[in-house]
Design a protein around this ligand. Structure first.
Ligand SMILES: Cc1ncc(COP(=O)(O)O)c(C=O)c1O
Length: 501
């Protein structure tokens, strides 16, 4: 993707000492992040003023990411609509930036619905997904927001609330589907959302009974998988039901493919492969230690072999999100005589909605933290303690394995690669910020800043808490024009389009 730039000039800072005993994993950097870190005074000034940890948000990257997905729809002649998913990040700045475009927004709680409305997103551009309590559902219905219905029970809830709220106009809904075609021997794990194939006969009865109360816009799914094949099965099934619904006298015209597009975190595929090898090797021998307490991160030794599954995501996704969408649209659909999904969608004038979270937030933020202490572990492993904790980086759920970039306080340091484990400020055992030992090209000193790259999606504030009364990070929206950076506290950010002068 064009917004991604080479990090080769930063490789030295990252400390990518590529010898097998200290495998580096340089992060991929977007345009704004790369420019900002190239002149680290701004990052230092911001952290000095606003504290550590500090989350930087780059709202314009979201718009750039959406453009490449939109181009794919246009290429296929598909009427496509992109909904920014609010789940992975609570930034107001991003919502305000999105408000100044024609992007939709997918909200998934009463709070995120309110946040979107007050950031300027009109209700006709909103879609309400996720688990819905009475308040959230009432608010969505009163604002005439498209409801992505999760279950037959939710249909009943809509019916009851419409009556008690006195809503006259038909409520617009999508039906979320799940449990697609396991007979095609795709390994599919269980899920907690959606209407399953066994619910379909009852679904038709309910929809038919509610014809005057609802407008069935179409069908939706969201899969947390990188399998294009499985996504094609889900799309095919959704289209099949969409045409079936027309035979039931409804007029659906939308299929919503959800999110789940993968992004690339590591700059170099070969480096990622070397990291995986080194990780496995380190389990076999008493050789170099790469992870805290020699954790296999999902792998383990079984006799002469290494077994298991990685407990982390692929950091070197080959296809950018737009190409993943392309691959899906190129997939033949056997139930429709093998015609490709793209052709069927464009010829049958079915509108396609997508709800990318991670993909729109790719390179839209990073997290800065100050090194407070340099010390050793019980067994003599070098440690860096940072003024942040594991909740500030969602280190538990979604392990970010790329190297943070060091922004030293002083430029003059001896070039001498040095590996450290990163620990946080919680007074608990094993408060690791990354399970990996990370290497820097120079020794690190207290006062230095580490920049964790590409943390906007799910990392920076998804699971953050003020545990042990430690502060949650402040968020700052940063924009760049002609190498000049402007910043505002996230809730105070005004996009360019919001200004008179
Ligand atoms: C319904 C729905 N849509 C979209 C998303 C966004 O997913 P991703 O960030 O993987 O694109 C999610 C994530 O949980 C979701 O539940």
């Amino acid at each position: 993707m064009e917004n991604i730039c080479s990090t080769s000039s930063l490789a030295a800072q990252v400390g990518a000492a590529f010898a097998p005993e200290n495998p580096g994993l340089a992060p991929r950097l977007g345009t704004v992040a790369r420019k900002l870190l190239a002149a680290p005074e701004t990052a230092h000034r911001l952290v000095r003023s606003l504290g550590s940890p500090l989350n930087l948000i780059f709202p314009t990257e979201v718009i750039r990411n959406a453009a490449s997905l939109q181009e794919t729809f246009e290429h296929y002649g598909i009427d496509g609509r992109i909904f920014f998913t609010t789940k992975p990040n609570r930034s107001t700045a991003i919502l305000r930036e999105v408000a100044a475009t024609d992007l939709g927004v997918d909200v998934s709680s009463c709070g995120s619905l309110s946040a979107a409305l007050s950031a300027g997103i009109p209700s006709h551009r909103l879609e309400a997904t996720g688990p819905k309590d009475e308040t959230y559902l009432s608010l969505a219905l009163l604002h005439d927001i498209v409801v992505n219905v999760d279950s037959l029970t939710e249909l009943e809830d809509i019916r009851s609330l419409r009556r008690s709220l006195g809503i006259r106009s038909a409520s617009r809904i999508l039906i979320r589907l799940s449990g697609f075609a396991p007979q095609r021997s795709l390994a599919v794990s269980d899920g907690t959302f959606g209407v399953t194939p066994t619910d379909i006969p009852a679904l038709w009865n309910r929809l038919d009974a509610m014809k005057n109360e609802i407008e069935l816009l179409g069908f939706a799914f969201h899969l947390n998988t990188d399998s294009i094949e499985y996504r094609a099965v889900a799309l095919e099934e959704s289209l099949h039901l969409l045409f079936e619904a027309r035979r039931h006298g409804h007029n659906p015209r939308i299929v919503n493919l959800g999110g789940g597009f993968r992004v690339r975190y590591a700059e170099d595929t070969a480096e990622w492969a070397r990291f995986l090898l080194a990780l496995k090797d380190s389990l076999r021998s008493n050789g170099p230690l790469h992870t805290w307490n020699r954790s296999g991160l999902g792998f383990h030794v079984d006799g002469a072999t290494i077994k298991g599954q990685p407990r982390f995501m692929n950091h070197a996704e080959e296809l950018p999100p737009a190409d993943q969408l392309c691959s899906l649209l190129k997939s033949p659909l056997p139930r429709f005589n093998g015609i490709t999904a793209g052709r069927l969608l464009s010829e049958s004038l079915v509108e396609v909605w997508i709800e990318p979270g991670r993909a729109l937030l790719d390179q839209a933020g990073l997290t800065l933290a100050t090194v407070t202490t340099v010390r050793s572990s019980e067994r003599g492993e070098p440690l860096l303690r940072l003024a942040m904790n594991r909740s500030n980086l969602n280190a538990h759920e979604l392990t970010l394995l790329t190297d943070p970039i060091a922004l030293p306080t002083s430029a003059e340091r001896q070039q001498q690669p040095r590996g450290y484990f990163l620990v946080g400020n919680l007074c608990v055992a094993n408060e690791l910020l990354s399970p990996r030992k990370v290497y820097f090209s120079t020794p690190i000193e207290s006062g230095d800043i580490l920049a964790f790259i590409n943390t906007a999606a799910y990392m920076m504030d998804f699971a953050e808490s003020s545990t042990l009364h430690q502060p949650v990070a402040r968020k700052v929206a940063v924009t760049e024009r002609a190498d000049v950076f402007d910043w505002a506290l996230d809730p105070e950010y005004r996009p360019h389009a919001w200004r008179l002068r």
